[in-house]
Design a protein around this ligand. Structure first.
Ligand code: ZN
Length: 248
């Protein structure tokens, strides 16, 4: 079985559609979502509707979801993110906010075959509701101290990075494919569907081949100009549009 892992969609419908088509073309029907379905871009309803219609093995809350449903304050948000978050919150219906509010901060996924136990969390396992950033091996080690599963998928930084911990050391960095060694532990950031920040504007997501124990990063081109046009038309901050083309 092969599944797709989507993180940080951020209301970018053009990017989400491109990623879903790319995954479905590989025969994928099951998905995992790492949170931040909304925020920054112009299609919160449509992205929520699309995500809710997927066959989801699991989905967790992101910091933008937590603000959009009124569960957390704007503390820690930069001015652009805050303005977009307030706009998003005003767009969402009570029913949509209630659905977001019901998302867990962390989830363990257990599938009935080998190599198929993994955790999902938006930011980090040590404090799932306080949105720590994992950019280096030290930060990865902190999260992995709380990781009971051989594998955990994370998002939040919008930068695809993979960390591998053996008895000797933790190593990590950018990746295209991760082949899982059953004796090691893995923390894998899947990049961002809707607002990549690693200087590559293409949408990012991951497929996980459960039988082969292999994780693959995909980059998918999408209609950035259409997403930008909608952001400006909605009165969202211009920076939310310009950053999409720069991938930052
Ligand atoms: Zn995010």
């Amino acid at each position: 079985m092969k599944i797709a892992v989507l993180a940080d969609i951020h209301s970018n419908l053009e990017a989400l559609h491109a990623v879903l088509s790319h995954a479905r073309a590989q025969g994928i029907t099951k998905f995992v979502c790492l949170g931040d379905v909304v925020g920054y871009n112009a299609n919160p309803h449509e992205c929520m509707e699309e995500v809710r219609s997927l066959d989801l093995l699991g989905i967790v809350m992101g910091n933008h979801d937590a603000v959009a449903c009124g569960q957390q304050s704007l503390y820690g948000f930069n001015p652009y993110a805050a303005q977009a978050a307030e706009w998003t919150r005003n767009q969402l219906s009570d029913e949509e906010q209630t659905w977001l509010a019901g998302l867990p901060y962390k989830q363990d996924i257990l599938i009935d075959s080998p190599m198929t136990r993994f955790s999902i969390v938006h930011a980090s396992l040590n404090r799932p509701d306080s949105w720590e950033y994992v950019f280096d091996t030290h930060e990865a080690d902190v999260s992995m101290q709380f990781q009971w599963m051989p594998l955990c998928f994370i998002g939040h930084t919008h930068s695809p990075l993979a960390f591998e911990r053996s008895l000797i050391e933790t190593i990590g960095g950018a990746y295209d494919v991760v082949r899982l060694n059953p004796d090691h532990k893995y923390l894998v950031n899947c990049g961002s569907v809707g607002q990549p920040r690693d200087r590559d504007p293409r949408a990012a997501y991951v497929t996980y081949d459960l039988d082969k124990g292999a994780i693959q990063l995909h980059r998918v081109t999408y209609d950035v100009a259409a997403a930008q046009k909608k952001i400006l038309a909605a009165g969202l901050p211009e920076y939310c549009a310009t950053r999409l083309a720069a991938g930052r």
